[in-house]
Unconditional design. Structure first.
Length: 124
């Protein structure tokens, strides 16, 4: 009996993983869209600079910010930036990521082919 996985099996696993990711992205988009300011602040607080340092923080935080800028309006994002800017220097990186200039940059560089259901996000 052979323990190696066939190319066809690998392709089926890949397709199942892609479908799962698409469904999860859609669920997250709906949850972020329905979330109030307190919930959004709570989510962003999980990236507290004092607790989360290093490349893992940057890798996952940038992906979250990309999605927030895609899924929420300017007024919400500006309010979030103001909240974190008011917290001072430890939160400067978070506030800068939420700044309108950053949002404008993200929105103009985010690839979104006409046929795509969702923008071509970075994958954490």
């Amino acid at each position: 009996m052979e323990d190696t996985i066939t190319l066809a099996e690998t392709w089926r696993i890949r397709n199942a993983a892609a479908a799962t990711l698409l469904l999860t992205e859609d669920q997250m988009r709906r949850a972020v869209g329905a979330a109030g300011m307190e919930e959004l602040v709570g989510l962003i607080e999980t990236f507290a600079p004092g607790r989360s340092v290093g490349p893992e923080w940057t890798r996952t935080f940038e992906v979250l910010i990309e999605r927030l800028w895609s899924w929420r309006d300017d007024a919400t994002m500006t309010a979030l930036a103001d909240i974190f800017r008011a917290r001072g220097m430890p939160w400067a990186g978070v506030a800068n990521a939420l700044a309108p200039e950053q949002g404008e940059h993200l929105r103009t560089t985010l690839r979104h082919p006409a046929w795509a259901r969702l923008p071509a996000f970075a994958v954490a």
